[in-house]
Design a protein around this ligand. Structure first.
Ligand SMILES: NC(=O)c1ccc[n+]([C@@H]2O[C@H](COP(=O)([O-])OP(=O)(O)OC[C@H]3O[C@@H](n4cnc5c(N)ncnc54)[C@H](O)[C@@H]3O)[C@@H](O)[C@H]2O)c1
Ligand SMILES: O=c1ccn([C@@H]2O[C@H](COP(=O)(O)OP(=O)(O)O[C@H]3O[C@H](CO)[C@@H](O)[C@H](O)[C@H]3O)[C@@H](O)[C@H]2O)c(=O)[nH]1
Length: 467
């Protein structure tokens, strides 16, 4: 079966880029991205897209109106499509059973019920959202319980592995595409149909097909393993700070072992983003439900270590500033959870800002891509927050700078100029290990970073030079 008409429910960080790339690579397929939010769809149809992702603008502008459409007419999109991606949000439940841990599947269920209500022909329904193992079973039950005569459904699991900031490259050059489905002839035919879409640009050898449950679990497992590496290296960064070892040197030394590999060993202020914490909590909850408490505790440690790292870093900032930040101006450079995105979900910068505000500090914030309104919303519209449009004005008159996101532009700032405008002693806390610490110390800064002791006696610049 060759698919000619695809729709995607959910025009978010996954649905938008994924379907744009499908449209771009498959000019013969009509792709409609549909969302219940009229506002989000209007943004996708405007000059300024709702998300910032390098390379996305070009692809959307090339395909939009040709074979790529953004629509809030969800019913129409479902009616016309042969294959439907469900790419809706699956946040952590915030009420009831499993509160704070289990994935909330209300939007997935809502999408399934909508398909059941509207569909008038056979549909392949593809789980793109990250879901607990066995979620496809629930979707199938809803669809089949509401099945109209003569209509049949196949459910596939096709988790998405893109990372924000590199989404387009990840989609164009995926390490692998994973498709799980039923082991029946109909299930296999549906898998073949979805493979047919990806084969337009992904080599066959990189398209893995499995049973549905392996596919669902692999997504949670991949995120848990990636986050575990970050927590492991962050735990060692604390040992480095206490001993004089340097975490960058340690990461390089262990990463050279091809069995370990160099990626995802960047010690940091802690991982953020909408996925890692949510998906590990989900895995922990599943393990508890399966009566596997030891396995649940094992993965819970990855999150506990991340919380420890965020708290440890923020405490260091406060302690270094003579154990009080009350009334001090502190500049946070970078508010997104990583560079090259405007996304702030679970950003460690939120933790840093809130803790400093609790201690009475006045916060100056600059991020190249995060909207001012988003920062105020993330910090619950608290007092003493000032958002700037560039790093120089944000740091002016501040006692300290805290680097929370590894934006490239922070590496090439004129720190001599920044130093002149700051209160003395001037502190920099580099939570991303991106700056030239030796050069900053030469300028006169007091510098602290992750995973490396940089203790220097405080000597103001004028005392240290013989004039
Ligand atoms: N953000 C990522 O980098 C990433 C990567 C891989 C997987 N995922 C997973 O993909 C899923 C989506 O994540 P996201 O970041 O794109 O979420 P998002 O919040 O950006 O977007 C979800 C969209 O779904 C819409 N929606 C909800 N119910 C709907 C319905 N019934 N019909 C149509 N639209 C509906 C919402 O209005 C929202 O715009 C999640 O399960 C997430 O875990 C995310
Ligand atoms: O060595 C590293 C790598 C990452 N991070 C941090 O970890 C977080 C997550 O980064 P990253 O994984 O690059 O971005 P995400 O967009 O959250 O992508 C993750 O989550 C997605 C959603 O499930 C998956 O699809 C991706 O494969 C997975 O990498 C960010 O705060 C990074 O700064 C580190 O601290 N050190």
């Amino acid at each position: 079966m060759t698919i000619k008409n695809v729709c995607c429910l959910g025009a978010g960080y996954v649905g938008g880029p994924t379907c744009s790339v499908i449209a771009y690579k498959c000019p013969n397929i009509k792709v409609t991205v549909a969302d219940l939010s009229k506002e989000r769809i209007a943004q996708w149809n405007s000059e300024k897209l709702p998300i910032y992702e390098p390379g996305l603008d070009k692809i959307v502008k090339e395909c939009r109106g040709k074979n790529l459409f953004f629509s809030s007419d969800v019913q129409r999109a479902i009616l016309d499509a042969e294959l439907i991606f469900i790419s809706v949000n699956t946040p952590t439940k915030n009420i009831g059973n499993g509160k704070g841990r289990a994935a909330d599947l209300k939007y997935v269920e809502g999408a399934a019920r909508l398909i059941a209500e509207v569909a008038k022909s056979d549909k392949i329904v593809v789980e793109k959202s990250t879901v607990p193992v066995k979620a496809a079973d629930s979707i199938m039950k809803i669809l089949r319980a509401n099945q109209k005569q003569g209509i049949s459904y196949q459910i596939l699991s096709n988790p998405e592995f893109l990372a924000e900031g590199t989404a387009i490259n990840d989609l164009l050059n995926a390490d692998r595409v994973l498709i799980g489905g039923e082991e029946t002839p109909e299930g296999q035919a549906a898998i073949e149909a979805l493979c047919g879409i990806y084969e337009n640009w992904i080599p066959k050898s990189k398209i893995l097909t499995t049973n549905t449950w392996s596919s669902e679990l692999s997504k949670l497992a991949a995120n848990a393993m990636l986050a575990q590496r970050i927590s492991s290296i962050n735990s060692l960064s604390a040992v480095c700070e206490a001993t004089g070892a340097d975490i960058s040197e340690v990461a390089k030394a262990i990463g050279c072992d091809t069995r370990i590999g160099a990626k995802f060993l960047q010690a940091s202020i802690g991982f953020g983003g909408s996925c890692f914490q949510k998906d590990i909590l989900n895995l922990v909850y599943i393990c508890e439900c399966l009566n596997l408490p030891e396995v649940a505790q094992y993965w819970q440690q990855v999150i506990d270590m991340n919380d420890f790292q965020k708290t440890r870093f923020t405490s260091k900032v406060i302690q270094s500033l003579f154990n009080t930040v009350s009334g001090k101006k502190i500049c946070i450079l970078g508010f997104a959870f990583k560079k090259n995105t405007g996304d702030t979900r679970e950003s460690p910068a939120i933790h840093v800002a809130n803790t400093l505000l609790d201690e009475g500090a006045c916060i100056h914030i600059y991020d190249p891509k995060v909207e001012e309104s988003q920062i105020f919303e993330d910090l619950s519209h608290r007092q003493n927050i000032f958002v700037y449009q560039d790093a120089y004005s944000a740091t002016q008159g501040c006692h300290a700078i805290v680097i929370c996101t590894e934006w490239d532009e922070f590496m090439i700032l004129d720190f001599n100029k920044i130093y002149e405008g700051m209160m003395k002693p001037s502190y920099i806390f580099d939570g991303r290990k991106i700056l030239d610490h030796e050069a900053l110390i030469q300028i006169g800064f007091q510098v602290q970073t992750i995973g490396r002791k940089l203790e220097r006696e405080f000597v103001p610049r004028s005392w240290s030079t013989l004039e």
